[in-house]
Write a protein that binds this ligand. Sequence first.
Ligand code: ATR
Length: 274
Amino acid sequence: MTGGPDRYAVIGHPIAHSKSPEIHARFAAQTRQHLIYERLLAPLDGFAAAVQTFVQQGGRGANVTLPFKLEAHALATRLTARAQAAGAVNTLKFDADGILGDNTDGVGLVADIMRNAGVALAGRKVLLLGAGGAARGVVLPLLSGRPAELVIANRTHARAVELAQRFAARYGNIRAGDFAGLNERFDIVVNATSASLASDVPPVSPAVFDAGTLAYDMMYGKQPTAFMRLAAQHGAAVRDGLGMLVEQAAESFYVWRGVRPDTAAVFAELRAAL
Ligand code: ATR
């Protein structure tokens, strides 16, 4: 039996800026998977209906972006452990059993740090800046890399304490740190705040950086972010979140298709086109 291509989409509001269709089209061509991947703009009050319509039209899976990651979590009929820990879903898979909700953001970050930047997590001191949705999504995958210590610092300290406490019962190596008292160096500093959107930097002491530090901003752009500039001034190696974007897409592709695309060429093409 020959059918049309399998259908996938990224659903968000707004959606025009999303690079996911380009990335998945490249993955599909590279791995010879017969699929199409579209952009779907859902109304702000119409996410579940948009998903249902897409499923009825034969949709096999979807990525979910702002502002619907929490609604996607609620809509899923099954959740992976990493989606449960994240409290948010960026990947939906539709099958006879219902709707699987997964979250590939954190493994995307970890893959980019370990494989692409070549920086190990095991035994290292890691500082995570921020305690919102983006930070929460990466805590479990970071802990899975077995760092010596994962410290969470946030402008609103109570949110950092709350986030660390969610994991502290199972992991002895996580704690909240106060920006004011954080004066020791870290091997890896991840900026998961939205400060870069406002060209701002979280109030972190420069003492956390030295020449052995990888400073990672989950945001990306044509120019280094203010956080990356600050870290570089204090000797750190810096990296933006473009690799995370490509790696989370590759993990979603694997969840849907069972095939792992090669991310390096796609990353280079996206970087060149920024
Ligand atoms: P997201 O889903 O992108 O994480 P969010 O849940 O609104 O968005 O969280 C934004 C995060 O960025 C929070 O950790 C926020 O700190 P507060 O909890 O104190 O609000 C952080 N943040 C945003 N702007 C910031 C800034 N200018 N300096 C430092 N932290 C900032």
